[in-house]
Design a protein. Structure first.
Length: 222
């Protein structure tokens, strides 16, 4: 059995967040719910790549917003791609930001954080999408285990008709919404269509056991 060590445990405004090391890998736990670990970043990288590949060919120098810093795989992958013009990351937990800036996760994200295109926005993603004035060409959201499996109750509103309407307003015409999920959700695909997104589709990443991880995609009409 892998050795498990708790590296940091903090109480924040949304509950407890914990960073653990399990063998050679790190994992993040929020309010007792496993969020992600560093054992396999394929689906986090797919989140970014699928968003870029879905953009209209006329979109140049695209700006991407990554919702949730997590273990840093999505940010690191975006920063490795020179095609992204600007990279913003919204993260609400002080602890997660600290783990990347000065803590054990620095090895994953240090190069991306020093990239001149990158900026960290310390905010709750739900509030930011609702109130910000910034617009992006891609929103890559990964703050829950899926639209039907949220980390905190308040996150539910992000996937509601009102929340998706806010996502539409944060996107430039032709922009892409990409949402990570630990399992497929036909109901969420329909919610995207109801919100006015076109080209709704899913990309899957097979996992060792159980249903595949999924990235839900939708395009704001140009």
């Amino acid at each position: 059995m892998d050795d498990i060590a708790t590296l940091d445990r903090r109480q924040g405004p949304h509950g407890e967040v914990v960073l653990r090391r399990r063998g050679a890998h790190f994992e993040i736990i929020a309010n007792g719910c496993f969020l992600m670990d560093t054992s396999d970043g394929r689906s986090e990288r797919l989140l970014v790549d699928a968003a870029y590949d879905t953009l209209l060919p006329t979109v140049s120098d695209p700006h991407v917003l990554i919702g949730g810093l997590g273990v840093g795989f999505s940010l690191a992958h975006a920063a490795q791609d020179p095609r992204w013009g600007q990279i913003a990351v919204v993260e609400r937990e002080d602890a997660v930001i600290d783990w990347h800036r000065t803590g054990p996760l620095r090895a994953i994200s240090e190069r991306a954080l020093s990239d001149s295109r990158t900026r960290i926005i310390h905010a709750d993603l739900v509030d930011y999408v609702r109130t910000a004035q910034d617009r992006f060409d891609a929103l890559c959201l990964d703050i829950d285990n899926g639209p039907g499996w949220t980390v905190t109750e308040g996150n539910d509103s992000l996937y509601s008709p009102a929340g998706l309407a806010h996502c539409v307003r944060r996107l430039n015409p032709g922009g892409v919404l990409a949402v990570w999920s630990a399992q497929p959700s036909p109901a969420f695909d329909q919610a995207l269509r109801n919100a006015g997104f076109t080209g709704v589709s899913t990309k899957e990443v097979r996992v060792a056991r159980g249903v595949p991880d999924v990235v839900h995609l939708g395009v704001r009409p140009a």
